[in-house]
Design a protein around this ligand. Structure first.
Ligand code: SAM
Length: 431
C-alpha cells in the first residue's frame, strides 16, 4: 500500500468516523479508469458497438461515460481520431451538474489539460461560445492539442490569469467553471508524487488561491448564470468551507447542489463538486471579436474549400498578419490583449501565394470532406507512425481517416499519399 502522510490519515479518520476503514481500504485497489465518448464525433451507442477493447458500465447521467479496464486506450487509432477522452471517472461528474446548453457563453477558467472543457464542448454540441483558459503556458499547449484532437470548432484557448479575464468580461458568461488547483488528496493513488507535496500549509495555500480564483469567477458570471466549482481533494478548507465562505462574501449567489465523492462511496478517485447560481441582473459586455479580413487569403481558402466540401461550413474568417487563418465561432467576444493559442478551428495558412490546410482543419471539418482516404485500423496505425501510403485517388490534399473518422491530412501525388500528420502527434512504435 502507498504511504500516506500521517496528518492526512488523522484528518480523514476524524472526518469519516466509522467509514474511515473503508476509505483507507480503497488505497489497496488499483486506480480506476474511465473514458468519455466524444459525441461531437460519434454517438455513444455507435462507439460501444465498435469499441476495440472491453468497456465497463456507465457511471454518470451521461451515457457516454464508462469504465475501462487495463487496456491502453490512449494508444488506439480511435483515440488519435478524438473519438474519446480518457479520464478519471469522478472528474466526469461535472456533466451531471453543468448541462451546458447550445448557444451559451461558457468559460472554463482552469482548463488544462482539457477533461472538463472537452466534456462541456460535447454538451454544447458545437454551438455557443466556449473559452478554455489555462494560466500555465506549457499546460495551455496540451489543452489546445486536446481541443484540436476532439474537433471542437467553437472554442478559443487562452493563456491568461483570472484577473486579466475578469477585467475584460464582467458579468458576461452564462456558465463559469473553476476546476481549481488543489492539494490533490484524490490523486495520491494515480500520481504518488503528489504525496510528498501534501502538507497542512499547502492546503491553506491552495484554499487562499482558490478564494482568489472564485472571486474573479464570480465577477465574470452573468446575472442568472451558473458557477461550477470542483476540486480533486477532500480537505474541507478547499471544499465545503470554501463554498460556505464564498456564499458569505457573495450574497447574490446561492447554492444549487453540492456533492463529495469518496473512493469508498464511488468507483473513482474522489472529487468535490458544487453548483452555484447568481441572482438575475448584473452587467453584460458584448463587444464582438474584431475579425481581420484578407481578401486574397479568403479567396484562396474558398477555392480550396469548394473543392473539399459539398456545402462548406459557414462563418467569418480571421487572418493573422503571419497568414494563419481561423473560422471565428459565431458570437465570439473581443479577447483584446489576451494571449490566444486557438480561436475556434485553425483552417490553415496563406503564404501570399497558396493556401495550406492545417491539421486542426482536418480534425474539425474532415468528417464531411469529399476528399477522404479511408483506412482500416491497421492501415491507420501506419499513417499514425508517419509512413507514406499508396494512393489511387485524385492528386492533391485529402483527409486521411481511420474508417470514416479523420486522423489528419495527406497529399496525394504520383500514386502515394505524403504524410502530413504533425511529427509531434505521431504514434511511436511500442507506445
Ligand atoms: N479542468 C482540468 C481538466 O479537467 O482537465 C484540470 C484543471 S487542474 C485541476 C487546475 C488547473 O489550474 C491547472 O492546470 C493549473 O495550472 C491551473 N492554475 C494554477 N494556478 C492557477 C491560478 N492562480 N489561477 C488559475 N488557474 C490556475
Amino acid at each position: 500500500m502507498i504511504k500516506l502522510p500521517e496528518n492526512f490519515i488523522e484528518r480523514m479518520r476524524e472526518r469519516l468516523g466509522k467509514d474511515f476503514p473503508a476509505f483507507l481500504a480503497s488505497y489497496d485497489l488499483p486506480p480506476v479508469k474511465g473514458l468519455r465518448v466524444n459525441t461531437l464525433k460519434i454517438s455513444a451507442e455507435e462507439f460501444f458497438r465498435r469499441a476495440p477493447f472491453p468497456l465497463g458500465e456507465q457511471f454518470c447521467d451521461d451515457p457516454a461515460c464508462v469504465y475501462v479496464g487495463e487496456e491502453k486506450p490512449g494508444a488506439d487509432p480511435y483515440h488519435f481520431a478524438g473519438l474519446y477522452y480518457v479520464q478519471e471517472p469522478s472528474a466526469m461528474k461535472v456533466g451531471d451538474f453543468t448541462n451546458a446548453c447550445k448557444k451559451e457563453r461558457v468559460l472554463d477558467l482552469c482548463a488544462a489539460p482539457g477533461g472538463k472543457t472537452t466534456h462541456i464542448a460535447a454538451q454544447m454540441g458545437g454551438e455557443g461560445v466556449l473559452i478554455a483558459n489555462e494560466i500555465d503556458p506549457v499546460r495551455a499547449k496540451a489543452l489546445s492539442q486536446n481541443v484540436e484532437r476532439m474537433g471542437i470548432a467553437n472554442c478559443a484557448v487562452t493563456n491568461a490569469s483570472p484577473e486579466s479575464l475578469a477585467a475584460l468580461f464582467p458579468g458576461y458568461f452564462d456558465l463559469v467553471l473553476v476546476d481549481a488547483p488543489c492539494s490533490g488528496e484524490g490523486m495520491f493513488k494515480k500520481e504518488p508524487n503528489a504525496i510528498p507535496e501534501w502538507s497542512l500549509e499547502n492546503v491553506a495555500r491552495c484554499a487562499a488561491r482558490q478564494r482568489e480564483i472564485l472571486d474573479r469567477a464570480a465577477e465574470m458570471t452573468a446575472g442568472g448564470g451558473r458557477l461550477f466549482y470542483s476540486t480533486c481533494t477532500f480537505a474541507e478548507e478547499e471544499d465545503e468551507w470554501q463554498i460556505e465562505e464564498f456564499l458569505k462574501r457573495h450574497p447574490d449567489f446561492s447554492l444549487v447542489e453540492r456533492k463529495k465523492l469518496y473512493p469508498h462511496t464511488f468507483r473513482g478517485e474522489g472529487h468535490f463538486c458544487a453548483l452555484l447560481q447568481r441572482a438575475e441582473g448584473g452587467t453584460l459586455r458584448t463587444r464582438p471579436f474584431p475579425v481581420r479580413h484578407s481578401a486574397q487569403a479568403e479567396k484562396a481558402f474558398r477555392a480550396f474549400e469548394g473543392d473539399f466540401f459539398e456545402s462548406p461550413p459557414t462563418g467569418e474568417i480571421h487572418t493573422l498578419p503571419d497568414g494563419r487563418m481561423y473560422r471565428v465561432p459565431a458570437g465570439m467576444p473581443d479577447l483584446a490583449g489576451v494571449r490566444l493559442l486557438r480561436l475556434g478551428a485553425e483552417l490553415g495558412e496563406w503564404d501570399g501565394k497558396r493556401f495550406k490546410p492545417a491539421h486542426a482543419f482536418a480534425m474539425a471539418y474532415g468528417a464531411s470532406a469529399k476528399r477522404q482516404i479511408r483506412l482500416t485500423r491497421e492501415g491507420a496505425k501506419k499513417y499514425l507512425l508517419g509512413e507514406v501510403l499508396p494512393c489511387d485517388g485524385q492528386e492533391g490534399w485529402c483527409v486521411v481517416c481511420v474508417e470514416e473518422f479523420p486522423l489528419g491530412l495527406g497529399k496525394c501525388t504520383g500514386g502515394i499519399v505524403k504524410n502530413h500528420l504533425p511529427k509531434g502527434l505521431r504514434m511511436y512504435a511500442g507506445r
